[in-house]
Write a protein that binds this ligand. Structure first.
Ligand code: B12
Length: 313
């Protein structure tokens, strides 16, 4: 008969899949030592750009017990959000990353995360949980790779051997002990397509992304003017280039979950319309979607920049 930790892990995984997650794995509460060093180096070099929030909680990011005292296990969850997009961009349009074309994933995942955390708490007297999707002081990808749901690629993306890279991650820290899974080692081999394809040269070396050069940072997080050179390369929100060229995405399949597959924002937006969008237009078009994060000013600024760089558009 399986021991208690194994039975807890099996039950929690079954429930996670039942709640609509596409993959789930379990890891221990041990600190992520290599990742902690890499994260500190990244911060010291200023590669977090203007994302000051990345320097907060720096001592807990790699250490589950600092997130939840008494933590014994971390449950890592993946939700596929892949969708097909046209290869050609209509003239005068700017691209939107796939992840941003649906509803705000923080909201979509909130309910299943809460329900799974409750399920875990109900497995024992006094069991505690703490969950995060994206916004916690946590190195989600390092934990997910150690929980075996994928490996961290040279692009720094968490890559699932069956689902590819287009995944949202979530993590639940718990004081309940669950049997851990085996970590997934990197399977990039000699491939450097993501590093070579990045038009802004944002990867300083494999597994290191300098956000000061990343299109995704410029279009989502950066506030204020953009540098004079072309840093957007046709994107108005996010960027999928390092994922588009990743060979592991040949296995990607569109999400079967209605809430994930829902198409709210098109794969590209008309630059002139976006540049002249007023506040109420911005609110009605983008509230409840990931594009909300860029603010009206950020979207208009990115649209204007793309118009300048492609005057024929
Ligand atoms: C800050 C942030 C950003 C920043 C910085 C990205 C970055 N690479 O750090 C910006 C705004 C640029 C960004 C962009 C994107 N993001 Co983001 N982002 C985050 C956030 C909040 C923190 C990431 C972080 O901790 N960075 C710190 C650096 C140091 O970590 P790292 O790059 O992962 O580096 C690790 C490796 O290098 C590893 N390492 C070091 N040496 C070695 C050697 C080997 C051999 C190995 C295996 C590993 C390794 O150690 C480091 C520390 O763990 C996470 C959510 C979270 N809380 O984790 C989401 C998250 C990473 N983002 C996500 C997404 C979807 C994106 C975009 C795809 C969005 C888009 N389409 O535009 C892009 C992808 C860009 C990219 N290639 O990373 C998803 C990623 C899902 C996945 N499959 O990986 C996350 C997990 C959010 C979520 N919950 O789903 N993001």
């Amino acid at each position: 008969m399986a021991d208690l930790a194994t039975r807890h892990a099996l039950a929690v995984k079954r429930q996670a899949l039942h709640l609509g997650f596409d993959d789930v794995g379990v890891t221990t509460a041990e600190p992520l030592e290599r990742d902690e060093m890499a994260y500190e180096r990244w911060l010291e070099a200023g590669m977090h750009a203007g994302m000051d929030f990345m320097a907060r909680g720096r001592h807990q990011r790699a250490d589950p017990r600092q997130v939840l005292p008494g933590c014994r296990s971390v449950i890592c969850l993946a939700k596929n959000h892949y969708r097909e997009v046209p290869a050609e961009l209509p003239a005068g349009h700017g691209r939107v990353a796939r992840y941003a074309q649906g509803r705000d994933y923080h909201r979509v995942l909130e309910r299943p995360m809460r329900r799974l955390a409750k399920f875990i708490r109900e497995r024992g007297e006094g069991v505690e949980t703490k969950w995060h999707v994206d916004t916690g002081h946590v190195l989600e990808r390092g934990l997910a790779a150690r929980a075996g749901i994928g490996f961290q690629g040279k692009s720094t993306m968490l890559i699932s051997k069956s689902l590819g890279t287009h995944l949202f991650l979530g993590v639940i820290f718990t004081t309940l002990e669950l049997r851990s899974d085996e970590p997934e080692p990197p399977h990039c081999g000699t491939c450097t397509r993501c590093l070579d394809a990045c038009p802004t040269g944002a990867f300083t070396e494999p597994w290191v992304l300098d956000a000061r050069r990343c299109i995704s940072n410029w279009t989502i997080e950066h506030r204020g003017p953009l540098p004079a050179e072309d840093v957007l390369h046709g994107w108005v929100f996010g960027c999928d280039i390092c994922q588009d060229v990743c060979p592991w995405n040949r296995f990607a399949k569109p999400s079967q979950d209605e809430r994930m597959a829902e198409a709210i924002t098109p794969p590209s937006l008309d630059l002139r319309e976006l540049a002249s969008l007023d506040q109420s237009g911005y609110e009605s078009q983008f509230y409840g979607t990931p594009l909300w994060r860029a603010h009206r000013e950020g979207l208009a600024r990115s649209a204007c920049r793309n118009l300048e760089k492609t005057p024929q558009g």
